[in-house]
Structures are given as C-alpha cells and as structure tokens.
Design a binder for this molecule. Structure first.
Ligand code: ATP
Length: 270
C-alpha cells in the first residue's frame, strides 16, 4: 500500500508540490494526469525515492520511505518496477542483458535461473526471438515491451510508469496500455502511471488523480471523470481528444442516444 501524506517539494523559490495527499489503490492502475508542468514527474520521482520531499511522507506499508535505513530502503526498491519515458534501455546491451540487469543487481541466482526468468517475462510481453537484438534494432512499441519485461522481472509489488505512450502511434499505445493493465491485475501490482493520454484514462484508469499547480485537484474513476463537475479538470480534458468522447457520453445521459457510431460499451467498460 502506498500512502502519500501532505508532501511538499520545491526548487529554490518555486513550489512544485504543495501538499499532496493520496492513497494509491492496491492492485489497480492509478493514473496521474495534469497539464505539463503541474508536477507529475516530480511527484512520481518523490514516490520512488529519486527525490526527497521537503515535507510530508511517502509511506509503503505504513512506513515513511525516507525514514527507513538503507537496508529497508533497498528492500522496498526491490519491490518497485519502473518504466521510464523513452524506455531507458541500455543501448550497448542486448535485450536479454537489459532484462537481466535487475536480476544481476539484486539476486545471486545462477545464470541459468536468471535466463529462465528473463525468457518468462519476455514471453509474457509477447516478444520472441529478440534476446540477441540491441535496442536500436527494435520498434518503439517493442522497446516499451522490453522496458515492461525489465520492470517486472523481479516480481514487483509496485510498478511506476512515466508516460507509457510517448512517441507511440495510437494502435501501439493501446497494446501497451492493455499490457500494463493486464500485468497489474495478473500479478496484483499497485501501478502508478503518469500520462497525458486521455485514451489511457478511459482504458486503464481505475483511479485517476488530477494534478493542478502542484496540488491534487480531483480524484475519481474513469467513469466518474466523464460527468465530473470540476471546472479545472473539465478545462484540461476538454482541451484534449477526450472532448469528443465526453460530449458523446453527456449527450447519451441527456437524450438516451448518441449522434455517431462511437463504441460506447468500450468507453464505459471499467
Ligand atoms: N530538478 C529540478 N530543478 C528545478 N526545477 C524543477 C526540477 N524538476 C522539475 N522542476 C520544475 O518543476 C515543475 C514541474 O515539473 P514536472 O516535470 O513534475 O512537470 P510534469 O507535470 O511532469 O510535466 P510534463 O507533463 O511536461 O512532463 C516544472 O516547472 C519544472 O521546471
């Protein structure tokens, strides 16, 4: 369980996070949305311990991460998988070596055991015959899948994903979203995703946190977001492609019918 309690973080004069409190839902996809510069990345970096908040607590199982000793921090870190923007694979390492990297760092397993695990997770993300390839030889979507394989290789309890769809076409984005959602449910992971992508919000957003100027402005589910009455959130979502879907949903509510052939079942599924 991840509980964020009133965290504040600034750089010099600039306050970036201004008292954020939220509980990430266990075994669900928790999405952080908000305009560029609203503090999403700083928030995520604070949660994984890459940044130390000026005030407040980031609690894993009710213990403040920043008050743990090094050994205890290492234990939590081992339970955290991360998928960075752009996948952040090591260019000079093969796919197999990239995915094996966390196992080399955190385990003393034999090579054979590590290789077995690497192949298991590559299979899970539906990648075959890529062990010997280098990242430069892969498509953007394949790189993301390698990144996901690496993020789950240690069987994490927590998965942090920064902008999973950046640089991907809509079709590939959907595949990656689906994979993140499936893995979250299958392995009972608490997943936190930073995203700009409103399609992701509808597809995988079990719990959505809307950030505005360093504060949590709204939180709710992907069904609640459609009919929300928060002005700032509506301004944000109406500036995106989501507008069309949200308008359709409202019309459906008001008139009982929609004026185009969009797949409402798909939009409503949760
Ligand atoms: N290390 C740093 N030093 C100084 N300022 C920083 C630092 N990291 C982030 N900031 C500032 O904090 C603010 C929030 O940045 P952050 O990257 O969290 O935004 P974001 O919501 O993730 O934006 P985007 O969607 O564009 O990635 C920005 O104004 C940024 O310039």
């Amino acid at each position: 369980m991840i509980e964020v309690k009133n965290i504040k973080k600034g750089f010099g004069e600039r306050t970036v996070l201004n008292g954020v409190s939220v509980t990430m839902q266990a075994g669900k996809c928790n999405l952080i949305i908000g305009a560029s510069g609203s503090g999403k990345t700083v928030f995520m970096k604070s949660m994984v311990g890459l940044l130390v908040p000026d005030e407040g607590e980031i609690c894993y199982n009710e213990k403040d991460f920043n008050k743990l000793n090094n050994e205890e921090k290492k234990e939590i870190r081992q339970q955290i998988g991360m998928l960075f923007q752009g996948s952040a694979l090591f260019d000079s390492l093969t796919v197999e070596q990239n995915v094996m990297f966390p196992l080399n760092m955190f385990t003393k397993d034999t090579y054979a055991k590590k290789l077995k695990r690497v192949n298991e997770v590559l299979e899970r993300v539906k990648l075959k015959d890529v062990n010997r390839k280098f990242p430069a030889e892969l498509s953007g979507g394949m790189k993301k899948r390698v990144g996901i394989a690496r993020a789950i290789v240690l069987n994490p309890k927590y998965l942090f994903v920064d902008e999973p769809n950046s640089g991907l076409d809509p079709q590939t984005s959907l595949v990656i979203d689906k994979l993140v959602k499936e893995i979250t449910t299958e392995y009972d992971i608490t997943t936190v995703v930073n995203t700009h992508d409103m399609n992701s919000v509808m597809e995988i957003g079990d719990h959505i946190i809307f950030m505005f100027q360093g504060k949590k402005e709204w939180e709710g589910s992907n069904k609640e977001i459609i009919f929300n009455k928060n002005e700032r959130l509506n301004e944000f979502i109406f500036a995106s492609d989501f507008l069309k879907d949200a308008k359709d949903m409202r019309m459906l509510e008001q008139t009982g019918k929609i004026n185009n052939d969009r797949d409402m079942d798909k939009l409503l599924k949760g």
